[in-house]
Design a protein around this ligand. Structure first.
Ligand code: ZN
Length: 128
């Protein structure tokens, strides 16, 4: 849990190097996230993700780090691979399947519509 004493928190996962193993790491508690949720996920070859699901409020962005597979949303199915990013609205029924090499991906979720300004408008340049 973030202590609030510093303006940052840090953790390290070795998931990126473990292509083909099953794991799911939620980072929110350790990093003290307050505005989004980030999970680091790895699926073995051919494995279907935990469940087809929707969300009540949150949109999700899936970022494929390693491997390949297929993504399903509302009956559409398309290939994904390292470098693919998929945004899904809360109502989208989504699922992810690992390909022959397995799949490592990040999932970031935040409440749809909560971002009121983009980073170029929010960033403040400081000296130092
Ligand atoms: Zn989800």
């Amino acid at each position: 849990m973030a202590t609030g004493e510093k303006n940052y928190s840090m953790m390290h996962v070795d998931t990126f190097a473990r292509l083909g193993e099953a794991s799911r790491i939620e980072t929110g508690e350790e990093l003290g996230l307050t505005g989004c949720a980030v999970s680091v996920n790895s699926l073995p070859a051919g494995q279907v993700s935990a469940f087809l699901h929707t969300h009540k409020l949150n949109e999700e962005v899936y970022i494929v780090i390693n491997g390949d597979g297929t993504f399903k949303v509302d009956g559409d199915e398309f290939p994904i691979k390292a470098g693919s990013l998929v945004r899904v609205a809360p109502a989208g029924q989504r699922g992810i399947n690992a390909g022959d090499a397995g799949l490592v991906y990040l999932c970031i979720q935040a409440q749809e519509g909560s971002l009121t300004q983009h980073s170029h408008a929010d960033g403040v340049i400081v000296e130092g």
